[in-house]
Design a protein around this ligand. Structure first.
Ligand code: ZN
Length: 109
């Protein structure tokens, strides 16, 4: 379950940034190609934040869709999963979006 390690690093970053203030909510963007299960992440979040300034905080997860570029036909197409195959049949594709995992905002105070 790699969600635990990922969630731990997110919470570490958040707590450091909060600098002793209580964290009320965190908004995360997890690209749909990150292979992270949001439900598992919510579960890990509760465990990881226990005893930290983020304990009891709400975690909002956004899942932006993936986007890829095909070198074969030179077009961009949406990517729903990790099957890197262009509708034209070419597998010579580059992932542009969907692998990002970033903290968009957090509410402290
Ligand atoms: Zn193509």
């Amino acid at each position: 379950m790699h969600e635990m390690a990922i969630t731990q690093s997110v919470v570490d970053a958040v707590c450091e940034r909060a600098d002793g203030r209580t964290v009320h909510s965190i908004r995360l963007q997890v690209g749909c190609l990150c292979a992270v299960v949001p439900d598992a992440m919510q579960f890990c979040f509760e465990l990881v934040t226990e005893g930290t300034v983020a304990e009891g905080a709400r975690l909002d997860i956004e899942e932006p869709p993936g986007l890829a570029h095909c070198r074969g036909c030179d077009t961009n197409f949406p990517l729903q999963d990790l099957v890197l195959l262009c509708p034209c049949g070419s597998a010579d594709v580059e992932v542009l979006e969907g692998r990002e995992l970033r903290i968009m905002s957090m509410e402290v105070g």
